[in-house]
Design a protein around this ligand. Structure first.
Ligand SMILES: Cc1ncc(C[n+]2csc(CCOP(=O)(O)OP(=O)(O)O)c2C)c(N)n1
Length: 630
């Protein structure tokens, strides 16, 4: 029986001596590789925090002490140590969530998965503890150097610096990487520290001093602090954090449980806000991850555990099409620049960056800054293409509205992973974009249905100089090209079926739901109901041609991969009303609620968004309409 099997509760950990701790860490790594290779998930980040998480749970008493993981993708070890060892259905329906989850455990607090929030959460919880007199509790925020590039983290630090009586420990998990190496001024500072020779000595020193025992807390801290002040040149992060007025302990070797533990104890005993700076290695202990240049196996699909190679090679999908097309556009247009928020590879800007490194900007995990900087670039004569995952655009709504749209800036936003993404859970579904973006004056949004329409929409978008344009596409597989029978404005007519005579229904497929719309048309025809199936492509604002088409039918049906309330279907209904067109509109899409993790297919089925469901609903509506007429 291994150490992991023997662990009955997280408290048991405290009795472990160094040898058992080492064995436990090795077993956890083996477990992570063995299980995540079968399910996919965030492997690299978790391999990097094994010792750090063990130390956290040895020093702090969760859940009385609160541990908040920033983003939450690195919480697998925490899950294991707090009794969740069945990873067989990780990120699958009914299985463990890929992020902390309150329904799973009292040890989990923040589920949101959007980066850079942990320090704010911790600040809030610590304030509440303070006011309620729960003065024995410590709140710990664990935040990566990547997440530390986000503005919110600095807003929180700035605020925390005001109060030195809150029991707050901020652990900076510094592995030098977001997906790719973290960029920016902060990253340079941390880098300089990591690569400096004196740093090795300091690590050694820190270990010896902190492990030497003696009175912990302020005394130890003051000793440490005194020495660090003398090394200010070497330890620039200390200067940086202390410039804000927050105490700093470190750097500490994040793979040395006892050293991390000593630093954490010292920080806890200080009684006010303290930053503990731990240096870790993403992918640690698993050669394929350690040697992965792109992202140290930040997130993997199902892989062969021995080699790290994917079991199913990745297909040429939506992202790859965008990657190719934007590079080609940029070759021909020197004003086009790419902007990414720490996701160069995942959003498909890497090929362009490789060929034209000066023309792609990685702003860090800073979507708000990305959009406002893009407005500035447009003012300066460039055409920025800001590529984000759809869910992360939520962060930058105000910047898109007030900086880009109000200033009529020609900025294109490309949203990958739009609509139902499924396995990453509630916070990762890119389902808010269309409902939100309807509110932005002048904004045009395209939801391409296949490879050719993605290429074409992107080219049309970058031709718009005086307004924001948005292209959104899903995570699901790229369908075979779906040709149009004819085109009216931007509206493609894809199919026409006669049914038993008159055309009765206009079926409007939006983006990823175009294949569904086509199948609805077929199913309706089988029931004798005629239809026209169209794809408006540019769905916001609602094309005038679509309104005209709706005049001649009995019913309009819309199917979209976004919020149904206030979504594109709702926009179509309002556009018809404004134009005096009385045709009723039945809208299908995602309800306004958070969706538990499951596969995209399962969610589509649950929400009644399969072609069979929509066809059944449509046929019933047509029948009711016929009843009314007769
Ligand atoms: C607002 C926001 N933008 C982008 C992401 C996507 N994302 C997830 S993890 C990550 C990198 C995080 O790096 P770091 O905080 O250093 O953690 P590590 O994975 O290196 O442990 C990014 C960019 C996100 N979660 N939230």
């Amino acid at each position: 029986m291994g150490e992991l099997d023997r662990l009955t509760s997280v408290e048991d950990l405290r009795a472990f001596g160094p040898a058992r701790l080492e064995r436990l860490a090795a077993e956890i790594r083996e477990f992570l590789v063995g299980s995540v290779s079968q399910t996919g998930g965030h492997l690299g980040p978790n391999l990097g925090v094994v010792e750090l998480t063990i130390a956290l749970h040895r020093v702090f008493s969760s859940p009385q002490d609160t541990i908040v993981f920033d983003t939450g993708h690195q919480s697998y070890v925490h899950k294991i140590l707090t009794g969740r060892t069945d990873f067989s259905r990780l990120r699958k329906r009914g299985g463990l969530s890929g992020y902390p989850s309150r329904t799973e455990s009292d040890h989990d607090v923040v589920e949101n998965s959007h980066a850079s929030t942990a320090i704010s959460w911790a600040d809030g919880i610590a304030r509440a503890n303070h006011l309620a007199g729960r003065t024995d509790r410590t709140v710990v925020a664990v935040i990566g150097d990547g997440a530390l590039t986000g503005g919110m983290a600095w807003e929180a630090l700035n605020n925390i610096a005001e109060s030195d009586d809150r029991r707050l420990v901020i652990v900076v998990n510094d592995n030098g990487r977001s997906y790719a190496p973290t960029i920016g001024g902060l990253a340079k500072q941390l880098d300089a520290l990591r690569t400096s020779r004196p740093y090795e000595k300091v690590l050694d020193w820190g270990k010896r001093t902190l492990q030497a025992g003696g009175a912990p807390g302020r005394v130890t801290y003051e000793a440490l602090h005194g020495l660090k002040t003398g090394l200010r040149d070497v330890l620039r992060p200390q200067g940086m954090f202390e410039g804000l007025g927050i105490k700093y302990v470190g750097p500490v070797d994040g793979h040395d449980v006892l050293a991390v533990e000593a630093a954490l104890r010292s920080a806890r005993a200080f009684g006010g806000p303290v930053i503990v700076h731990a240096i870790t290695e993403k992918g640690r202990g698993y050669v394929p991850a350690e040697s992965d240049v792109a992202d140290r196996f930040h997130a993997v699909g199902v892989i062969h555990p021995e080699t790290g190679l994917p079991v199913v090679p990745s297909r040429f999908g939506w992202t790859a099409v965008f990657a190719e097309e934007i590079r080609d556009i940029a070759r021909a247009r020197s004003d086009v620049v790419g902007v990414t928020a720490a996701m160069l590879g995942p959003v498909g800007l890497a090929p362009m960056a490789e060929e034209m490194p000066d023309r792609v900007v990685d702003v860090g995990i800073a979507e708000q800054h990305a959009l406002t900087a893009a407005a500035g670039m447009a003012f300066g004569g460039l055409h920025p293409v800001v590529a984000l995952y759809a869910t992360f655009l939520n962060r930058a709504f105000d910047q898109l509205l007030m900086d880009v749209a109000l200033h009529k800036a020609g900025v294109t936003v490309v949203l990958d992973r739009a609509g139902i993404t499924g396995d990453d859970g509630a916070s990762h579904n890119g389902m808010w974009d269309m409902a939100l973006l309807r509110l932005v004056p002048g904004l045009r949004l395209a939801a391409p249905r296949d490879e050719p329409t993605l290429r074409q929409s992107l080219r049309e978008a970058v031709a718009v100089k005086d307004a924001p344009t948005v292209i959104r596409y899903p995570k699901s597989a790229l369908p075979e090209p779906i040709p149009a029978l004819s085109r009216s404005g931007t509206v493609d007519v894809l199919a026409r079926t006669a049914g038993d005579g008159d055309t009765r229904v206009l079926v409007v497929g939006i983006g990823a739901f175009v294949p569904t719309a086509l199948e609805v048309g077929v199913r309706l025809a089988d029931q004798g109901v005629g239809s026209i199936v169209v794809d408006p492509r540019w769905v916001l604002p609602v094309p005038g041609e679509l309104v005209e088409m709706a005049r001649g039918v009995d019913l309009v049906v819309t199917i979209e991969d976004g919020l149904v309330e206030n979504g594109v279907g709702a926009a179509v209904r309002e556009a018809l009303l404004r134009a005096g067109v009385q045709t009723p509109v039945r809208t299908h899409g995602i309800p306004t609620r958070f969706l538990d993790h499951a596969s995209r297919g399962e969610i589509v089925e649950d929400l009644g968004l399969r072609a069979a469901d929509v066809a059944r609903d449509t046929a019933a509506a047509v029948a009711a309409h016929v009843d009314i007429r007769h």
